[in-house]
Ligand binder design. Structure first.
Ligand code: UD1
Length: 333
């Protein structure tokens, strides 16, 4: 038990796998837990190929607490990056209890196991969807919070639980990372989003360019934005993964702290479609329909805190996100 490990829950998923790649590249030792409910081992195989290192992987759900405990018994875990969780908004509306059980109970099992083994450093994947729509963008970490659906509610409950834990037990080091809209893939094209039926904008555009869907549906063109379509803050998943590396390196300095991760810039849906058309030289057939229920008009981040405190910045732009998305989805064909 000489090596010290970073435990990554949900490490085969979209953001998790890109983060595992960056932390393995930086010579940290990693253990991945994932139940493969919305991913496969493919991304880990790609990371092994890219880094020429073996990754310790355990397939189970965080609802299986005895298995979490076994990991802590067998390895000296220095810190935990906790991605594992259900993430589909429509699914969470259909089946709220499964979201509370999987996301909240799973997290509780994890932090109880950590507590028993005196491991008290955790980085938690939260979401921009915890910001209340009453705030004026760009959203700052101190802005007011609210939930819109059981998915974002589960994230908010976990944030609050961790915040409370940090208040009453100062030995914890807890970082909450609020992601805006991650997009793109590792530049190798070897790892990416394997989610079943992704409903996000980037996969939808890629699938329409590749002919998997005949048309792209645009939800709403009557928002108060420059072209009427909704504005989001897209961040390249590799930039986001590198943000996690900064968080791991700096976690000792904090008891509880929240950081936004976005690009700090907003793009409309139609601007993103145009960028894809430019990159691929293909025309995308667009079908404009009603606004999607629960969608916000404008969301983008204030990223000054992560910039200053972590000395972190985005290295990739919207064009890179479009190009790398195509690269990944082309390989899946
Ligand atoms: C969604 C989730 C959010 C989650 C985030 C990151 C919802 C309501 N919100 O955010 O909780 O944290 O993903 O994974 O699902 N769009 C189209 N056509 C499409 C797909 C999307 O026009 O086929 C539009 C949407 O209306 C939206 C924008 O593109 O304006 C971005 O959509 P999406 O990628 O689904 O992300 P969010 O809805 O911002």
């Amino acid at each position: 038990m000489t090596n010290k490990y970073i435990l990554v829950t949900g490490g085969t998923g979209y953001i998790g796998s890109h983060t595992v790649l960056e932390i393995v590249k930086s010579n940290f030792e990693v253990i991945v837990i994932d139940d493969l409910s919305n991913s496969s081992e493919g991304n880990l195989k790609s990371i092994e190929k890219l880094t020429k290192k073996n990754i310790k992987f355990y397939k189970f759900s965080l609802l299986e607490k005895d298995k979490i405990v076994r990991i802590f018994k067998n390895y000296q875990i220095e810190s935990v990056i906790h991605f594992a969780g259900f993430k589909s908004v429509p699914e969470s509306i259909k089946n709220p209890l499964s979201y509370y059980k999987n996301n909240i109970t799973g997290t509780l099992n994890l932090i109880e196991a950590m507590n028993s083994f005196n491991c008290n450093k955790i980085i938690f994947s939260s979401s921009a969807s915890v910001y209340s729509e009453t705030n004026k963008p760009p959203y700052k970490e101190v802005d007011s919070l609210d939930y819109k659906n059981p998915y974002s509610h589960s994230k908010l409950i976990i944030e609050k639980m961790l915040q409370s834990l940090s208040t009453y037990n100062k030995s914890w080091n807890i970082l909450i990372l609020r992601y805006f809209n991650p997009a793109g893939s590792d530049e190798s094209g070897l790892l990416g989003d394997e989610s079943i039926n992704p409903t996000n904008l980037f996969p939808a555009i890629a699938n329409s360019i590749l002919g998997i869907n005949s048309k792209l549906t645009v939800f709403g063109n009557d928002y108060e934005t420059i072209d009427g379509s909704a504005v989001r803050d897209y961040i390249h998943v590799t930039d986001l993964a590198k943000g996690h590396l900064k968080a791991v390196e700096n976690i000792d300095k904090f008891n509880y702290e929240v950081f936004n991760f976005g690009s700090g810039k907003g793009f409309t849906v139609l601007q993103v479609i145009n960028e894809f058309q430019k990159i691929t030289s293909k025309k995308i057939k667009v079908d404009i329909v009603e606004r999607r229920e629960g969608d916000q008009a404008i969301s983008y981040a204030d990223i000054e805190k992560a910039r200053k405190v972590f000395n972190w910045k985005n290295n990739k732009n919207l064009g890179d996100m479009c190009k790398d998305t195509m690269n990944w989805y082309q390989k899946l064909l």
